[in-house]
Write a protein that binds this ligand. Sequence first.
Ligand code: SAM
Length: 598
Amino acid sequence: MLLQSRHPRLLDAPTPLRIRLVRQRDRHTPVGDPFPVHLQLELRLANRDRRLLGGAGAAHMAVDRQLEQVGGASLLVPFGSSGGLSQPFDGAALEQRRMALVDRLHLVVVLLTREVEVVFAVQLAEEALGAGRIGVEVDGQGPGTIGQMPNGPEQQVISTEARPRRGEVLELEVEDLVYGGRGLARTNGYVVFVAGALPGDRLRAEVTKAKRSFAEARPVELLRPSDDRLADRCVHDGDPCPGAPWQALPYELQLAHKRRQVSDALERIGGLEGFELDEIEPAIEQWGYRNKLEYSFGEREGELALGFHARGRWDLIVDAKGCLLGSERTNAVRDEVHEWAQLEGIPAYDLRAREGVLRNLVVREGRRTGQVQSRLVTSPAAFPRPPVDLHTVIEGPSGGTDGPTGALGAERLEEEVCGLRFGLSHGAFFQTNTEMAERLYAIAGEFAGLRGTERVFDLYCGIGTIGLTLARHAGEVWGLEVIPEAVADAERNAEANGIGNARFVAAGARTGVRPLLEEAGRPDVVVIDPPRAGLSQKIVRRVIECEARRIVYVSCNPTTLAPNAAQLSEAGYRLRRVKPVDMFPQTPHIECVALLER
Ligand SMILES: C[S@@+](CC[C@H](N)C(=O)[O-])C[C@H]1O[C@@H](n2cnc3c(N)ncnc32)[C@H](O)[C@@H]1O
């Protein structure tokens, strides 16, 4: 039984233990009655999971995002990620390891050195546990249980009085930055995540979301700024640019936080050790580096605005005139389209009222070629010809930008990277920071360690950028990509650059790898560059089946790289080296390249 007395061995253990939340023990029984059965969580610790939680510092991981509805009341949440994944409904979600299946349960797991605080909240939990001391029992290598720790040393106390309510204004001291970029503060031991706050800030913040176990808040008054704070450079409508949430943090500190978050994720989520963590590669340009900007139309005090969603708001657009993230060229295109729309008096689409016309403007730039591609996204409507290259029409209330697209100007954009020329369709992925993409690919190439004869798989190849840069040093390259237009681009790019040893296949990684193995044979090197959700367990298994000597994993999310690297380690690979690369200055986004070898 959950409430049986347990020995609080975790806190006494000479070596702190990493805990993996595996599953709720009985997730099929409806929540409600009797309570203990439903709340019982199983924590499985294997021998290899006995890891230090870390030296100095702390890892803070919030689990707060509903990803998928599972059988009614159950929510699937990622363990160890904050703010969820960028592709929340990706089919990968259910297969991901280190996911917790919980019933109406929101968890904040704060792992501290030699201490594990598990804070959980479900309506009945606090009553059943006496709203007092909650601890974790770890039973050697066997399963452990979250339960009451009656005689333990001082532990986290979660009391109902300490819990703030939505709308309440709290005075907080920000301690740290968590993955995803929010500041972490505590009030009576209760964790509060504050958007836009920096460590060292003392501020008043209004609670915008109050869960049983943690809250989210937005700053309303900065009482004492952190000593590190810089004045904001990119400001729209009086607020810091939503696309540059870390701009008040000196660049060296941004780099240091990113590097630490990579090591935290790998060590604490992945339980990985013994790898070389390189210095982070700083960005070449700290501002004006974005080659793609996606603007939204909206109304602001009766005026048409063209800019970004205000932080945390889907219904409020801040005008992004003169934004410092783009170049003069992209800004000029934005201004031209904005003026055209104002002159013609075309209304913005209102998501709430489901009426209006103008939805988005996507501007992409070939930094090396000087080309610009603009795409206007609207509802179906008649209006004078807009000054853009492409026009996408979307029906219904979708907030997305993909839809049937007609050309008014050039259909494809060209860019040069690593001495090669690439053409890309408007729907194809291209790294947002061209100059740093070149560095990223050079590092991937270094990690691939090619000698000229190898067979290379480039999984998630997009328009073929990584594969084609490697093809010059490899025997043959096979690219796999789910978007057919991107595959067509990759084939054209191979031909245009006179590369004859690269082939590309249009298929998803889950179903495409086995046929690729049959056709191409075993690769020596596999390069993986997935979206933020990382690899599902099935795809990890497909990668393992490739039996490559070397895996180069290009990741835009260390919290999904970590479990994937751990799974590959279990299959006999060793994480050798990781190099963080700063592709997105002024933001908390982290990119890194990892090398795994068998
Ligand atoms: C981060 S991008 C990397 C693209 C390319 N390596 C580059 O650097 O330009 C990820 C790519 O994976 C593709 N993708 C997403 N899900 C996929 C899947 N299940 N199977 C194969 N490709 C996928 C996307 O379309 C996108 O082109």
